[in-house]
Design a protein around this ligand. Structure first.
Ligand code: PMT
Length: 427
């Protein structure tokens, strides 16, 4: 993947916000990062929370805002966040936080996370001129620079209380440029958390022909599946996109396999399964097709036709069944038995129906979306989902862009792939 200017797709930015009046500008930074395609994990210090609320960052990033080291102890939030980050940006950084970083102190979530992070760190200081020029601050900044931390700003300008001088936080655009610069040394994102993995994604909606001009179809555009393909590629995966009637462009680096009908989609997926580590089935696949297809256009003059339907194979359930060693299929974890992620398009009681589907189809994860909403499901740029795990997990993703939702789905995938042996391609 190329990390050209403006393209941060698949990049995970840990945005640390500390307690200064400039904290409000961190909201603009979050917005710029999200616009550039980044997945942003905001971490607010207690001081930051007095200047700006978590809800602002949650709304802008579509991600959970973390504020305390005491939440989710088993999940070891600080270690998980530190390891997952491709870059840390602290905006604004107070003199106190800079001093803690220089001294290696870890008394809150942000500083603890910083000690667990091995990625590039960008710090945007903001404080009064006297504090910035104090020898202690100067020495702390020098220590950080020596360790490879990028210090951006501060600028000269108006400070809190009307004072003018050095200490004003750098502009959000400068912080964004610094994030790009920090990542420039890793142009191929070879360290992405899906590097070496092969992911097959289905997208779009199948069309089942009635005659040479008509078909039974559905409203899927492929946006959700294409978003998964794009983000998986950006995170280092080799991605095959099985596209059912998708009019969208293919994301860079993705191999596309165009199909029309459910049977063609099945053939394409089964042809790829042996090399796949993960299969994400975002396509809306017709459960039924016309039992016979007329070779010529059905004529209105011949009266209202009766269309007999026949069942299509359920590809997800078929893949799930291969898991069941007792039924003569391939046991979980063996070649030909990738991690399975299904979707459920529901209109009533989505979670209950989703749970039923998860069990029935033998998937590892099921992404439930309510397609009766106008801002989620079919054809929208946003989605709101619940990700159910066969292990009993439940992750709610509030309304966010489809790329952000894809990021959450792939987080769940990565957590389950863990150290699960060599990739299919490597075997
Ligand atoms: O493409 P967009 O416009 O962005 O819209 C996105 C979406 C709404 C299509 C997507 O988010 C979504 O919900 N996709 C699944 C649609 C669907 O077919 O849901 P289902 O509940 O009918 O099927 C459940 C699962 O079984 C799906 O993973 C489906 O791919 C799979 N299936 C279904 C039928 C079948 N014959 N074979 C299958 O593999």
């Amino acid at each position: 993947m190329s990390l050209g200017v403006g393209d941060l797709t698949g990049v995970r930015v840990l945005l640390g916000v500390t307690g200064g009046i400039a904290a409000y500008k961190a909201a603009l930074v979050a917005r710029l990062l999200v616009h550039a395609g980044a997945t942003v994990d905001p971490v607010l210090t207690a001081g930051a929370e007095r200047f700006i609320g978590p809800a602002t960052f949650e709304g802008l990033t579509g991600r959970r805002v973390r504020t305390s080291v005491w939440e989710d102890i088993p999940g070891q939030t600080h270690v998980a966040l530190g390891r997952a980050a491709d870059v840390v940006l602290i905006y604004p950084a107070t003199a106190h936080t800079i001093a803690k970083l220089a001294g290696g102190l870890a008394d809150d979530l942000l500083t603890t996370t910083l000690l667990a992070a091995t990625c590039p760190v960008v710090v945007c200081p903001a404080m009064h001129t006297e504090m910035w020029q104090h020898p202690a601050t100067a020495a702390n900044v020098a220590t950080l620079v020596e360790r490879g931390v990028r210090i951006v700003g501060p600028d000269d300008g108006t400070l809190m209380g009307g004072d003018v001088g050095a200490g004003r936080v750098s502009e959000p655009e400068d912080a964004l440029a610094a994030v790009h610069a920090a990542l420039a040394g890793r142009p191929d994102r070879a360290g992405g958390d899906l590097a070496g993995r092969t992911v097959v994604v289905t997208a779009g909606g199948t069309r089942e022909p009635l005659d040479p001009v008509r078909y039974l179809g559905n409203r899927s555009t492929g946006k959700m599946g294409v978003a998964v393909a794009k983000v998986a590629t950006a995170r280092g995966a080799t991605v095959h996109l099985v596209a059912a009637n998708v009019a969208l462009p293919t994301p860079d680096g993705v191999t596309r396999h165009d199909v029309t009908t459910a049977l063609e989609l099945r053939d394409a997926v089964l042809g790829l399964v042996d090399d796949a580590d993960v299969i994400v089935k975002a396509a809306a696949v017709a459960d039924f097709r016309p039992a016979t297809v007329s070779g010529t256009k059905i004529k209105k003059a011949d009266g209202i036709p009766t269309i007999e339907l026949t069942r299509n194979p359920d590809v997800l359930a078929e893949l799930g069944a291969r898991r069941d060693g007792s039924a003569g299929g391939t046991p979980v974890g063996q070649p030909g038995s990738p991690l399975l992620v299904g979707f459920a398009a529901e209109t009533d009681d989505p979670e209950r129906h989703g749970r039923d589907k998860l069990a029935r189809k033998g998937a590892d994860l099921l992404v439930v979306n309510d397609v009766s909403r106008t801002d989620a499901g079919f054809a929208t740029d946003t989605n709101s989902v619940i990700i159910l795990g066969a292990d009993g997990s439940r992750t709610e993703v509030p309304l966010a862009t489809k790329e952000q939702v894809a990021g959450h789905i792939l987080d769940e995938v990565v957590a389950r792939l863990g150290d699960a042996g060599p990739t299919r391609a490597a075997r």
